[in-house]
Design a protein around this ligand. Structure first.
Ligand code: NAD
Ligand code: MG
Length: 411
């Protein structure tokens, strides 16, 4: 069975870039009010003549969405939560900007012709809109990890079929793209993603048991949305990123690794068969990888703080402690298992992180819930091949139900 689950040949991202984007570039930002959305629009606001904003979307933050839509002269603003429609309409009245609400409206917005879509909705909620954007056959700047984690082969199939250009926004994958430029597939030995180690890097397991949400939300280096910040504290974020890297780059699971690098200066290291290691360094500011994804293969100036290596002094690296942080190992195991296992892992993790944030689950129980959900899925024969987006959404929903059951079951 496992053979059947191997991916199709990965897309060769390094080959891209022949297409010159038209100027001004028609841009849609899915998840415009989030951390990535805000950083994207910060860059857009610095060169407004280069962009024509098509659609901006958010889940429920109407005030911010309306403000951004007016500021960037969007054609349409869409809010996922239908209950927010009246408020959005009222805030946009007189602006000439269309207002829409609901899941179908998000998909419609993602389908409006755009040269580039920044896919920055958090979680599996981003699947349908990002698929719709990919079906346009234009550029997708991909921040939403779940399209690759939960729907890897299916998503890449859509990308290939439509001829879309896929540019990773995640800093490690942007770094890998740059470090792999021009590389022959056979010359690449290993890809190593770096992880800051999060706020609990040095915490013993006894202390981790009592870690509180507000402590987990204090990331030492990066300012990000809540979900990914918790994933950075558990290191499940690195697990999700290993799965992303597997789909983006032509390497096997055993050629992928994670290493702790507390300074978050080196984002990825590509080891070559001749002993060379090529990496990418940059400040911990997402505007650098976002600018590259928007402008690839061109580089544009960004206002990020410049890296001062003398000031930083030393760059250090440590192994991942799998006993305290099982996320990366579990993600690799799910990848090896194949089929819908990564989608179930992701769904269980989303439920567990939400339960932790609302005070209903301990920190180290996040990983336990994910592991037990996968065991339960295996025991019930729910691990299957995914061939369509519907298969992925089914796995996502089954994973969520099982994870809720695991959380409610005393252990
Ligand atoms: P965030 O929580 O700050 O923002 C999420 C955005 O998605 C918001 O605009 C929100 O309104 C929207 N959204 C949330 N739930 C939705 C739903 N159900 N339907 C429609 N829209 C919804 O998240 P973020 O930190 O900006 O991360 C966005 C994505 O980018 C995530 O997948 C994350 O893993 C990835 N990413 C983020 C960073 C970062 O630095 N923030 C780095 C790498 C990758
Ligand atoms: Mg990352």
């Amino acid at each position: 069975m496992s053979r059947h689950f191997t991916r199709a040949a990965a897309i060769k991202l390094g080959d891209m870039g022949e297409r010159t984007l038209s100027s001004p570039q028609r841009l849609t930002v899915l998840g415009a009010t989030g951390s990535i959305g805000e950083s994207t629009l910060d860059l857009v606001g610095r060169e407004p003549e280069r962009f024509e904003v098509v659609a901006l979307t958010a889940q429920s933050n109407v005030e911010k969405l309306a403000r951004l839509a007016i500021l960037h002269k969007a054609q349409v603003a869409v809010v996922g939560d239908e209950r927010c429609y009246a408020e959005l309409k009222s805030q946009l009245s007189g602006s000439g900007i269309e207002a829409a609400a609901g899941e179908d409206a998000l998909i419609d917005a993602a389908s409006r012709p755009a040269d580039c879509t920044m896919a920055a909705i958090v979680g599996a909620a981003g699947l349908k809109p990002t698929f719709a954007a990919a079906r346009q056959g234009r550029r997708v700047a991909l921040a939403n990890k779940e399209c690759l984690v939960s729907a890897g082969d299916v998503f890449l199939g859509e990308v290939r079929a439509s001829g879309a250009e896929l540019l990773p926004v995640d800093s490690e994958h942007s770094a890998a793209l740059q470090s792999l430029a021009g590389a022959e597939r056979v010359a690449v030995e290993r890809i190593v993603l770096t992880a800051s180690g999060g706020p609990f890097r040095c915490w013993p397991i006894e202390r981790l048991k009592n870690a509180r949400p507000e402590e987990a939300l204090k990331h030492p280096n990066w300012a990000m949305g809540a979900k990914i910040t918790i994933d950075s504290a558990t290191l499940m974020n690195k697990g999700l990123e290993l799965i992303e890297a597997y789909h983006l780059f032509p390497v096997g699971v055993d050629q992928l690794d994670a290493v702790i690098h507390p300074q978050s200066v080196v984002h990825c290291l590509v080891h070559y068969i001749d002993g060379s290691v090529i990496g990418q360094l940059g400040p911990p500011d997402m505007r650098t990888p976002i600018a590259l994804a928007l402008n690839w293969p061109e580089r544009r100036a960004t206002p990020t703080a410049r890296l001062d290596l003398i000031k930083i002094g030393s760059l250090t690296f440590e192994p991942v402690d799998a006993a305290r942080f099982p996320g990366p190992g579990m993600a690799k195991a799910a990848l090896r298992r194949g089929g819908n296992a990564p989608a179930i892992l992701n769904a269980a993790n989303e439920i567990a992180v939400a339960a932790f944030l609302s005070g209903g689950l301990g920190f180290i129980d996040i990983a336990r819930v994910v592991e037990r959900t996968l065991e339960e899925a295996e025991a019930r024969g729910l691990i299957r091949v995914t061939e369509t987006l519907e298969d992925v959404l089914d796995a996502d929903s089954e994973g969520r139900d099982l994870a809720r059951m695991v959380i409610e079951t005393p252990h």
